[in-house]
Design a protein around this ligand. Structure first.
Ligand SMILES: [Fe+2]
Length: 125
């Protein structure tokens, strides 16, 4: 699976959120690498907690009108990840989990980062 790279076009115009989005791309790449799967999943969980909170706080302060819908996207990510972690703990095949996680995250980057997150860029200016 091809490694992903950050592009300036992904920027949402906020240094903190951009650095967290870069971290997500690194985690996506780690899924494909030699990194321990449990650690990658734990990294994703910690990432989700910190990043979604930071993003939602900024959007709340900016009075972003689509915040509730955006929160639902984040909640869907959390629910998906909880299922993956549970599946892995109950003996899910690591190669299958890696492939599914990479697939979901690739779609998440395309749909969430490049569409839903880009949509709030003007509100953070
Ligand atoms: Fe987001």
């Amino acid at each position: 699976m091809a490694l992903m790279a950050w592009k300036d076009a992904y920027s949402v115009g906020n240094a903190l959120l951009d650095s967290q989005h870069k971290q997500l791309i690194e985690l996506v790449n780690d899924v494909n690498g030699d990194a321990d799967l449990g650690e990658v999943l734990d990294g994703l969980r910690q990432y989700g907690e910190a990043h979604f909170r930071a993003e939602e706080d900024l959007l709340e302060a900016a009075r972003y009108p689509d915040l509730e819908q955006h929160r639902e996207h984040h909640e869907a990510f959390r629910a998906w990840l909880a299922e993956v972690i549970a599946a892995r703990r109950s003996g899910g095949d690591a190669a299958v989990v890696r492939r599914d996680v990479h697939h979901y995250l690739s779609i998440w980057l395309a749909n969430h980062l490049l569409v839903a997150d880009k949509a709030f860029e003007p509100w953070l200016e």
